[in-house]
Design a binder for this molecule. Structure first.
Ligand SMILES: O=C(O)C(=O)C[C@H](O)[C@H](O)COP(=O)(O)O
Length: 214
């Protein structure tokens, strides 16, 4: 998949689900529950044991129904391993030039984590496709709107503390999509096997984002 198509798929989903601490036994049910609720872009964080295997499993299980990527990628070795397992995008909490370079080498979309205008511009100069403002909760939607003032060309995915209560504010501030972990992929629900509740959370996110885009 081209980076343009991956970007379009993230925008279309509106939410990129962050699967942190996923387990091989439940990861497919979790992902299918998200997809059923309209969230069709999801990342498995690389700090989870067996993350690359789960990326491969999800890519196979979901096929064209979803975009599967890797999150919490801190170095180019991890980026390469995730890409080899089938990751179609790479998300990072921080900005590392080597990660962006590796992603571009293999034609995979990269969203480094940034907070300041300087970091955002440096990430774009290095070849980032969009930037993840992280941790979004410490700066809020105003920060996204302020960055978009002089840097209107930036595509921004705020992540960290995003919930159905504030997702619309980020979209209205100019975010292309949001990243959501705990408010969407609630570990208690996963452990209890309550996948329908995850589908409902996904639908809730999708509804507020669609309305904010109207
Ligand atoms: O490291 C990454 O690549 C991340 O995506 C960082 C966090 O896992 C997200 O910020 C999720 O945060 P919550 O939505 O507040 O649970």
């Amino acid at each position: 998949m081209s980076t343009t198509d991956a970007f379009a798929a993230m925008r279309e989903s509106g939410v990129v689900a962050v699967l942190r601490g996923a387990q091989p036994e439940t990861v497919v049910d979790t992902a299918e529950a998200l997809v059923a609720g309209g969230v069709t872009a999801l990342e498995v964080t690389a700090d989870t044991a067996g993350a690359t295997d789960m990326i491969a499993t999800l890519s196979e299980a979901l096929g064209d129904d979803a975009l599967v990527g890797a999150g919490t990628v801190l170095d180019s070795e991890t980026a390469r391993a995730a890409i080899a397992a089938g990751a179609e995008f790479v998300v990072c909490p921080s900005f590392d030039e080597g990660v962006v370079e590796t992603c571009n080498r293999y034609g995979v979309l990269c969203a480094p984590g940034v907070m300041t205008p300087t970091e955002a511009v440096n990430a774009y100069e290095a070849g980032a496709d969009l930037v993840k403002v992280f941790p979004a909760k410490t700066v809020g939607p105003d920060h996204v709107a302020a960055l978009k003032g002089p840097l209107g060309h930036l595509e921004i995915m705020p992540t960290g503390g995003v919930s159905p209560d504030n997702a619309a504010d980020y979209i209205e501030a100019g975010a292309v999509c949001v990243g959501a972990g705990s408010a969407l992929v609630d570990r208690d629900l996963v452990e209890a096997g309550e996948f329908d509740a995850i589908t409902e959370r996904a639908e809730e996110f999708r509804d507020v984002i669609e309305r904010a885009r109207e």
